[in-house]
Design a protein around this ligand. Structure first.
Ligand SMILES: NC(=O)c1ccc[n+]([C@@H]2O[C@H](COP(=O)([O-])OP(=O)(O)OC[C@H]3O[C@@H](n4cnc5c(N)ncnc54)[C@H](OP(=O)(O)O)[C@@H]3O)[C@@H](O)[C@H]2O)c1
Length: 295
């Protein structure tokens, strides 16, 4: 009896996807290049050492290998292509827009329905209602499988027909994903350098982050209206605080690179005479010259 879903790849992320499918009551077929990684799923999934067999067993094939090159070298074989024909391939490895376009074209040439996805969370979050995965490709194909895909991420978000859209959204997510943890660790380093227990800082993080995240409401309004005059915090005030932050943390011996980099960005609009506008104006700074409001 074929299972409804086959999953290719049981690395950190693939294993989390497998656990989420199983938790949703699905018995998936699992394939990994190194079969030993299937051992934890021996009683809850159909394990196979053959990628052809994995693809033959299901109409929905989800692939989460290390990158597109690995995906392509695993799938681009006559017997695998034959088994995939008429089925849906959901590709979840991280890559560049061109990778998504090339794999979508390859799938199209072989009569394989294709969705390109980007996982915007860590393995521990997979399967939760707030886990985010963006998908691009044919809307009807997404609709046909979203009932299964929500098992992987409660927020399985359709990003449009263009298969490169999830990559762009992943890139936007990475801005936050890289900057926020760095900020946490920088704050903890300041505490320790000052002889304070970093836990005093971590204990307040839920409040700090909720307060910062609430700013997204006014940021969205300002960006939509291209109006940055509704000030919660003026750029020049931010910059003065950032100078204090850099001086204080540097004097403690904390590496200044992170604070200096942020201060350098904040200086740009102030030097352009926009210091009285809200922090939201940094959006324009990041957009570059094309995005700037006239002086
Ligand atoms: N982990 C995260 O936090 C996270 C978050 C978002 C997105 N992602 C993305 O998810 C994808 C998988 O990440 P991961 O964390 O699961 O990586 P991982 O733990 O390093 O696992 C890599 C997987 O790719 C397989 N693989 C590597 N080279 C291969 C090849 N040439 N042919 C066939 N299979 C090959 C590995 O098989 P073997 O076991 O045989 O080596 C393993 O299943 C990546 O594109 C990553 O960027 C990960």
């Amino acid at each position: 009896m074929p299972s409804s879903v086959s999953l290719l790849g049981l690395g950190s992320m693939g294993s989390a996807l497998a656990r989420a499918l199983i938790a949703a009551g699905i018995r998936p077929t699992l394939w990994n290049r190194s079969p030993a990684r299937g051992a934890p799923f021996a009683s809850s999934a159909n394990l196979t050492d053959s990628i052809v067999d994995a693809v033959e067993r299901s109409d929905l094939v989800i692939s989460c290998l290390i990158n597109y090159a690995a995906t392509r070298s695993s799938l681009d074989r006559p017997e695998v292509i034959e088994a995939l024909k008429g089925k849906t391939l959901v590709q979840l490895a991280t890559g560049l827009p061109a990778d998504a376009t090339e794999l979508a074209e390859w799938a199209g040439r072989h009569g394989i329905r294709y969705l390109d996805g980007r996982i915007c969370c860590f393995p521990a979050t997979i399967g939760r209602p707030d886990a985010v995965i963006y998908y691009g490709g044919d809307a009807a194909t997404f609709e046909a499988h979203v009932g299964t895909l929500v098992a992987l991420a409660g927020k399985s978000i359709y990003a449009g027909e263009n298969v490169t859209n999830p990559t762009m959204l992943d890139c936007a997510f990475l801005s936050y994903c890289f900057a926020a943890p760095m900020a946490m660790l920088h704050g903890a380093a300041i505490c320790e350098a000052a002889g304070l227990d970093p836990d005093l800082f971590f204990a307040a993080l839920p409040s700090f982050s909720a307060d910062v995240n609430r700013r997204s409401v006014s940021f969205r309004e300002a960006i939509r209206a291209r109006d940055f005059a509704n000030v919660q915090s003026a750029l020049q005030t931010d910059l003065a605080g950032a100078r204090m932050w850099l001086t204080c943390s540097s004097e403690l011996g904390v590496d200044p690179a992170f604070a200096q980099a942020l201060l350098d960005v904040m200086k740009v609009p102030v030097d352009e005479g926009k210091g009285a506008l809200d922090t939201a104006y940094l959006f324009q700074t990041f957009r570059g010259a094309k995005g700037r409001l006239p002086s």
